[in-house]
Design a binder for this molecule. Structure first.
Ligand code: GAR
Length: 187
């Protein structure tokens, strides 16, 4: 059995999509959905999906001992699905090439601190980009700098608003993220 823990801070549409995808895979279990935000909608989704969830504070994340111990027992892979805190170094060291993040842009463009969610899409819009996309990558000590596993792009028109860009990215994420995870964990 391959165990996956998902870390998420927000709505959790990716977390839910991943859970739905693997619900038919007998050799994969989503063991936990973990969040640093006690009112994140992803926690409602976890309840509905029948997946255990746990909230930890930013302080607990930094002290990380409990979280690290839980992950060591509950996870072979850690998926960051809209998780907005930096993963502590101890956890990164304990899970080399086992932590996967999705970023809603074509890294190395539009990455780094403060570049998440709508901030990314607004920046893409402001620069009149003709395309944007998603990047799925391993997580290392630096924001958005781990080795890239997969990218997919989508064309933009000058009429696209930041919200339209977000919707296009959402479609790419829904289509690709679970399949790419599947490829990595069954490598
Ligand atoms: C996703 O678009 C994901 O790529 C992005 O947050 C969104 C979460 O949506 N992640 C980042 O910006 C990380 N830097 P969701 O909560 O509905 O899955």
């Amino acid at each position: 059995m391959i165990k996956i823990a998902i870390l998420a801070s927000g709505s959790g549409s990716n977390a839910e999509n991943i859970a739905q995808y693997f619900s038919t895979h007998k050799n994969v279990k989503i063991t936990y959905i973990l969040s640093n935000k006690k009112d994140a909608f992803v926690l409602e989704r976890a309840k509905k999906l029948g997946i255990k969830s746990k909230v930890f504070s930013n302080k607990e994340m930094k002290e990380q001992v409990d979280l690290l111990n839980l992950l060591k027992v509950e996870a072979d892979f850690i998926i960051l699905a809209g998780f907005l805190l930096k993963v502590p170094e101890n956890i990164i060291k304990a899970f080399p090439d086992k932590i996967i993040n999705i970023h809603p842009a074509l890294l190395p463009n539009y990455g780094g601190k403060g570049m998440y969610g709508m901030h990314v899409h607004r920046a893409v819009k402001e620069n009149n980009e003709k395309e944007t996309g998603i990047t799925i990558h391993y997580v290392n000590e630096n924001y958005d700098e781990g080795a890239i596993i997969f990218q997919a792009s989508t064309a933009l028109t000058s009429e696209d608003t930041a919200e339209d860009i977000a919707a296009k990215i959402h479609l790419l994420e829904q289509e690709h993220f679970p399949k790419v995870i599947d490829g990595v964990i069954n490598k």
